[in-house]
Design a protein around this ligand. Structure first.
Ligand SMILES: Nc1ncnc2c1ncn2[C@@H]1O[C@H](COP(=O)(O)OP(=O)(O)O)[C@@H](O)[C@H]1O
Ligand SMILES: [Mg+2]
Length: 218
């Protein structure tokens, strides 16, 4: 099985702060695995996802992603991978209020070729149908409910059919129905497309549906 993530952190610190987190934290993930990350607030779960997702490169340690040394990636490569190979799903994902839901979901397509754009159109239709938001596509986010916005943010995270999905408390503050819709889709894509899934969650029932649960301690 191919290693997708091979992370050996010494620590993560922040400028102008004495906080040190993720001390000697190591993580190896194989392509197609689904991993839950739990741990109390402030433990460093979101910081970890930022490192894994190439958002943050200020840490000490070694990190290999998709077989490459992350430290050796230039800005263009990082941006390209973040757009095309990594899907971020955040709890309060900022959808742009001046754009329709459709345009929000299709934002990542602004940076790809015409051919890719066209190829993703079929997937876009399937996604919005699966998520039950096809009748809302012309609406602006501020006119949608929290559950509708969360489903649109999920669609945006998945529109590029990423190999790796990083979900940071994706179901927090959602009702059971929306929770189920979200997690069922993520688990289905994990199973059918071998999409690697890392889910940060406080919901133990959701955590236990992953292949393994990793606890981050302060
Ligand atoms: N930009 C930052 N500057 C300083 N400290 C930060 C910053 N981001 C996070 N932290 C601190 O790092 C720790 C871990 O934060 P975070 O990764 O958000 O935890 P979690 O997601 O587990 O709640 C917390 O103590 C938090 O205050
Ligand atoms: Mg967090």
């Amino acid at each position: 099985m191919k290693k997708m993530i091979d992370l050996k952190l010494k620590e993560k610190t922040f400028a102008k702060s004495s906080i040190s987190i993720l001390n000697d934290f190591t993580l190896t993930i194989t392509s197609g695995e689904k991993i839950a990350i739990v741990g109390e607030s402030g433990a460093g779960k979101s910081s970890l996802l930022n490192i894994i997702g190439l958002v943050d490169r200020h840490y000490s340690g070694q990190y290999r992603l998709f077989g490459m040394d992350a430290a050796k990636l230039n800005d263009d490569q990082r941006a390209k991978w973040r757009n095309e190979r990594i899907g971020f799903i955040l709890q309060n994902q900022a959808l742009l209020n001046s754009f329709s839901l459709e345009d929000n979901i299709k934002l990542p397509l602004l940076y790809v070729s015409k051919e890719t754009k066209k190829a993703k159109e079929v997937w876009f239709r399937q996604l919005v149908e699966t998520l039950g938001i096809e009748s809302l596509l012309k609406k602006k986010p501020f006119k949608c409910s929290g559950g509708e916005r969360a489903r649109a943010a999920l669609a945006r995270g998945l529109i590029m059919q990423p190999q790796l999905v990083l979900a940071d408390e994706p179901t927090a503050s959602l009702d059971d129905k929306n929770k189920d819709i979200m997690m069922e889709l993520l688990f289905k894509l994990n199973q059918i497309n071998n999409m690697t899934l890392i889910t940060v969650t406080h919901d133990l029932a959701i955590a236990q549906r992953h292949d393994c649960v990793i606890t981050i301690e302060r």
